[in-house]
Design a protein around this ligand. Structure first.
Ligand SMILES: [Zn+2]
Length: 145
């Protein structure tokens, strides 16, 4: 390997490992969607600053990073399977209850669980995913009408 990059071999190994798992996970997601006959995959889209913080936290500027690659590879794999991948702005998806639409208190946004003002509770990430799905459906509705 190059004298200027003493860790290049190690870095390339991690990069290839990351690519391997990104392909594997993206394929599994598309297969799961096919199994349940999903025609649309809605991915959360965040503002640039939040994305930068998340990517830093997830190690996405290191050789072994997955989330951006999984998203990237999922687009073409889903397309080949007849599934559309849409990125929907995630603003507000974590602040309201997907069941009743009421605000989730600041106390109810911590940890894995959420609780709304009407007493609904459950997994915070699943609630945000349900709100994202609803947002996606509304966006489709606007375009179809
Ligand atoms: Zn609720």
């Amino acid at each position: 390997m190059s004298e200027g990059h003493p860790n290049l071999e190690y870095w390339m190994h991690l990069k290839h490992l990351g690519e391997h798992y990104a392909h594997q996970v993206s394929k599994e997601i598309v297969c799961f969607c096919q199994e349940y006959q999903a025609s649309v995959i809605a991915l959360p889209k965040y503002n640039e600053e939040f994305t930068r913080k998340v990517m830093y936290g997830a190690g996405n500027w290191r050789p072994l990073h997955l989330s951006t690659r999984i998203r990237e590879y999922m687009h073409y794999k889903a397309w080949k399977a007849g599934i559309i991948v849409i990125e929907v702005h995630a603003n507000g998806t974590g602040s309201v209850c997907a069941l009743c639409g009421s605000e989730i208190s600041e106390d109810g946004k911590r940890g894995k669980e959420f609780t709304c003002g009407n007493g609904h509770h459950g997994n915070r990430h699943l609630n945000a995913a349900r709100n994202l799905t609803q947002k996606c459906r509304l966006q489709f509705g606007k375009q179809v009408v």
